[in-house]
Design a protein around this ligand. Structure first.
Ligand code: F6R
Length: 607
């Protein structure tokens, strides 16, 4: 979704803003723009397409100003054109506004307040610039405050005014904004990545807050002009972690990072002697934990497939009935939750609008609501009454990989913690802990299948459709593998619980419809093998993911990716890796924009 950057300080603003926009590229966008106040004059340039198109336009410019705002736009209202790109301005051209979110009542505002104003774009955002113009009487913050009182919708905003050339205003309702505090300088952005190079001190704005940033400091107000005191937080994500590090794509780097970052998810949380895990952020007494009769895992997309792997673990280890619910469905369904329900909101970004709304709904209804989140300080992390960071580090490719495996790891640890409280023996718990400790090495072994995954991608690149099949714990793996393939290679792909195929989807099996089947050695191996025979009988080309040493698999197909064996519930941590690699190589071979696939955004902050 859109990205916002603002800067005020002593450096030249333009390079800081452009570098910041590049850091936000991963969120997805279709146009970009920047505005700077240089020697009392406002300069603005916008361009459709990539940031490089914008920098081309700026090549001959010599702007020296030390204050400015910038934006990457992901079109919602109005097509992808230069006129619709941000920053937007008012009639005088003195106010500049960059906005993330949607102004729902923009037509009403236009008709009520903006007779006589000349609008240049088809966006909801431009209405805001004019609305601020209407209310401006020499104090930008007050004008923004008054304008926002009329607005329905969501916004993360950064605004400047030529008449107050050393002031930035930022406002938030439903769209994340962070203020970074440097040495005599401030950064404002949709997330921390544009400021990691300069500071680790940040303040996360909450909904309904307006920040006024000048050379004299930072003040935060609510929409009723009351000042708010907030402490800065320290973030320890490094600039280096957000760099591509010589890899061709962020996605590849993030796949390869998995054995390392999973250690960060496990570190300090496993208790070998007691055969359990301890996730302090849960914030529940033992009594409260015992009172939980139902668990609901709320998530979207890849996070929901991690959640499904979590469901299998919770039910098997703790015996607590567990469901997975999509945020977008849960929020409007009048869900049945009560004070015996524990809800986990699972989200890499911590900003997904549907997951957040669902978590709020569950909270309203009295459930325990906890977050399982990657981005530190994100809205879900702050709005839930506890939870756990997955510590995957910055994930910049749109396709989630390392966050998925770290989510699964955290869910497994929670399942173990509840399991030990309910019915698991120390010995079983200790076996699980030991197996979890072996996972980083097993992931490393799975990564060695990269060459094989690439060769298979070469062989299968011309197919237009794919099935991914799995049973039991490999069903969520199949779902995730299929999701990865479709989102980055644009190949149509479906995942099925293999036992379901005979109820309809078998009709599609044919020479032109390859199947990737998860046939690892677990309790459903024989069942899965029968399903694979059914596929072969219908002549679909077949790729198998099988356990190292399973020579019988060779009788079924020559296209096999071998993975190391692990305890069944832990299999998603290992078995998903070759599927990520297969999707990655397929997308590269087909010339796709791997890190920023079309029509998708990393942080989905709108419904
Ligand atoms: C898939 C992907 C999306 C996200 C989904 C939820 O690779 O990236 O399906 O998983 O949009 O995002 P988060 O986890 O940020 O809530």
């Amino acid at each position: 979704m859109c990205g916002i950057v603002g800067y005020i300080g002593t450096k030249e603003a333009l390079p800081v803003l452009i570098k910041g926009l590049k850091r936000l590229e991963y969120r997805g966008y279709d146009s970009a723009g920047v505005a700077v106040i240089d020697q009392g004059k406002i300069q603005r340039r916008r361009a459709v397409g990539k940031i490089d198109q914008l920098t081309d336009r700026l090549k001959t410019e010599q702007w020296g100003g030390a204050i400015g705002i910038a934006h990457t736009r992901w079109a919602t209202h109005g097509g992808v054109t230069e006129e619709n790109a941000h920053p937007h301005t008012d009639c005088s051209g003195e106010i500049m506004v960059a906005h993330n979110g949607i102004i729902e009542n923009y037509r009403e505002l236009r008709d009520k307040f903006l007779g006589g104003h000349t609008l240049q774009s088809k966006t909801d955002t431009e209405i805001l610039a004019h609305l601020i113009e209407v209310h401006y009487q020499g104090d930008l913050r007050l004008a923004v405050e008054q304008a926002l009182r009329h607005v329905r919708g969501t916004y993360g905003l950064v605004i400047l005014h030529k008449k107050e050339p050393r002031k930035l205003i930022a406002a938030r309702l439903g769209s994340p904004l962070v203020v970074g505090i440097g040495d005599k300088e401030y950064y404002i952005a949709s997330d921390t990545s544009p400021m990691l190079a300069y500071t680790s001190q940040v303040i996360f704005l909450d909904d309904g807050e307006i920040a006024e940033v000048t050379d004299h400091g930072l003040q935060i107000y609510d929409l009723h002009d009351q000042q708010i005191t907030k402490e800065a937080e320290h973030i320890d994500w490094s600039e280096r972690a957000a760099e591509q590090g010589g890899y061709q794509h962020f996605m590849l780097k993030e796949i390869i990072d998995q054995p390392v970052v999973i250690k960060d998810a496990l570190r300090g949380r496993l208790v070998d002697s007691e055969g359990t895990a301890h996730l302090g952020g849960l914030n529940m007494t033992e009594e409260q934990m015992h009172s939980v009769q139902r668990i609901i895992l709320i998530a979207c997309g890849t996070a929901s497939y991690a959640a499904l792997a979590g469901k299998y673990a919770f039910e098997r280890l703790s015996g607590i009935p567990t469901e997975v619910d999509m945020g977008s469905e849960f929020r409007y369904r009048d869900p049945i939750v009560d004070r015996h329900t524990l809800v986990f909101a699972i989200s890499q970004s911590g900003e997904t609008a549907d997951t957040l709304a669902a978590a709020r709904e569950a909270k309203r209804k009295g459930a325990f609501v906890r977050g399982i989140v990657n981005v530190v300080g994100s809205t879900i992390a702050r709005e839930t009454d506890g939870g756990t960071y997955i510590h995957a580090g910055p994930e910049l490719a749109v396709a989630s990989t390392k966050a998925y495996t770290n989510m699964v790891a955290v869910l497994l640890m929670y399942a173990l913690q509840f399991g030990r409280l309910k019915r698991l023996t120390v010995a079983t718990g200790q076996r699980l802990v030991a197996a979890l400790r072996e996972i980083p090495d097993k992931m490393q072994t799975a990564l060695q299948q990269g060459t094989k995954a690439r060769a298979l991608a070469e062989k299968y690149r011309q197919y237009k459709n794919f099935f991914f099949l799995g049973r039991g714990i490999n069903y969520p793996v199949a779902l995730e593998g299929s999701h990865k393939l479709k989102e980055i290679s644009y190949i149509h792909s479906e995942a099925y619980a293999a036992g379901e195929m005979k109820h309809g989807a078998n009709a599609l099996l044919a020479l032109d419809f390859p199947v990737l089947a998860m046939m690892t050695k677990n309790q459903l191996y024989e069942k899965m093998r029968s399903n694979v025979e059914e596929v072969r009988a219908r002549q679909s080309p077949l790729i198998l993911v099988a356990t190292e040493g399973d020579t019988e698999a060779r009788e079924l197909t020559e296209d096999i990716i071998y993975v190391p064996a692990t305890m069944e519930l832990l299999e998603p941590l290992v078995n998903t890796i070759p599927l990520q690699l297969f999707a990655y190589h397929m997308a590269v071979l087909l010339g796709r924009d791997v890190d920023r696939p079309r029509n998708l955004a990393k942080s989905v902050t709108v419904e």
